[in-house]
Design a protein around this ligand. Structure first.
Ligand code: COA
Length: 317
């Protein structure tokens, strides 16, 4: 049986990082570090430099993932890139990354599923690998999210940051192994009836925060249950939760639901804020690089975002 194994992970964060107080001062916001950190857990975020594109950040993350996998760019069959902040409608950001990496074969395309984009991209890549369409796929989440924020709306502009994360998914024949490595399953959902509670309108993000919060807790919980049931797993089989990083209260609620101690939940929202499609691969890359996530560990990923879109993915490293 062919499985998509996570062969490498990589992340990139722009050099500039602003604390809540620095952000408030720079954009003249009527807010406070206490308000932001108590409600969201966010203490700082990175901001792309002028001229630093989504493709630039994505390319850096892809290079790191390839290096960790010991793979060459020439081996890449496909690049699937999730973003809500593409550099242009076309060429896609994925094809810009393809060019920057010097990849001249295969195919590349973007996925639009807001903060759930990485889970969607993993789902598409996993299906294509299992179907035998490609062997080495770069799956990327990359965002220059601070470029679509309304700096007069203190309810949203304090919540987001920029960055990119990537994984190299590689086809591996697991044979009849009892506990094969790789993506076990993905579970994708959307419901367009709730599109207006989190959307880009006139080029800027608009959000009904309380409504989004309410949907997040119930929809993420059901996606987690679905992922476990599909694999016949119990909560106690999960070693790591790598959630979308929007709000520490939502992350904590999912950790409690799984019965995981806080040290088994990977958290970056305090330092990165919400980097939308980039948040899960950035968190994964950090936890793999610092040795927390090890070969054989069962990792549960979940996300919700504009659309509404939501979903979960289970992987054994
Ligand atoms: N600083 C200070 N006060 C702020 C503020 C800020 N940055 N942003 C909003 N406020 C004020 C509001 O104006 C409001 O004041 P009022 O009562 O005088 O009108 C008050 O704080 C409460 O606003 P509200 O939006 O109801 O706050 P909340 O408790 O719901 O918290 C969020 C706001 C955004 C932190 C919270 O709703 C949330 O985290 N939602 C989920 C968002 C999310 O995860 N989105 C991404 C999904 S991918």
């Amino acid at each position: 049986m062919i499985r998509a194994v996570i062969a490498g992970t990589g992340g990139y964060l722009p050099a500039r990082s602003l604390t809540n107080d620095e952000l408030a001062a720079e954009f003249n916001l009527d807010t406070s570090d206490a308000w932001i950190s108590e409600r969201t857990g966010i203490r700082r975020r990175h901001m792309a430099a002028p001229g630093e594109s989504t493709a630039d950040m994505a390319t850096a993350a892809c290079r790191a993932a390839l290096a960790q996998a010991g793979a060459e760019a020439s081996e890449v069959d496909a690049i699937i890139l999730a973003t809500a902040t593409p550099d242009s409608a076309f060429p896609s950001t994925a094809t810009r990354v393809q060019e920057k990496l010097g990849v001249t074969r295969g195919f590349s395309f973007d996925i639009s599923a807001a903060c759930t984009g990485f889970i969607y991209a993993v789902g598409v890549a996993d299906s294509m690998i299992r179907a035998g369409n490609c062997r080495n796929v770069l799956v990327v989440g990359a965002e220059a999210f601070t470029r679509i924020l309304d700096w007069t709306d203190r309810g949203t502009c304090v919540l987001f940051g920029d960055g990119a994360g990537a994984v190299l998914l590689r086809a591996e024949d697991a044979g009849c192994a009892p506990n094969p490595r790789g993506i076990l399953s993905t579970h994708l959902h959307s419901d367009g009836r709730h599109g207006d509670i989190l959307q880009v309108e006139g080029g800027l993000v608009r959000m009904a925060g309380r409504e989004v919060f309410r949907h997040a807790v119930s929809k993420l919980a059901s996606a987690v249950d679905e992922a476990l049931a599909a694999n016949g797993l119990a909560k106690s089989d999960v070693q790591w939760l790598v959630p979308h990083q929007a709000n520490l209260r939502i992350i904590d609620a999912m950790g409690r639901k799984l019965g995981l101690p806080p040290e088994r939940v990977v958290v970056t929202v305090d330092r990165h804020a919400n980097t939308s499609a980039a948040s899960i691969p950035l968190a994964l890359a950090e936890a793999v690089r610092d040795g927390r996530i090890k070969a054989g560990d069962m990792v549960l990923m979940e996300a919700i975002g504009g659309g509404l879109t939501w979903g979960a993915a289970l992987a054994r490293f």
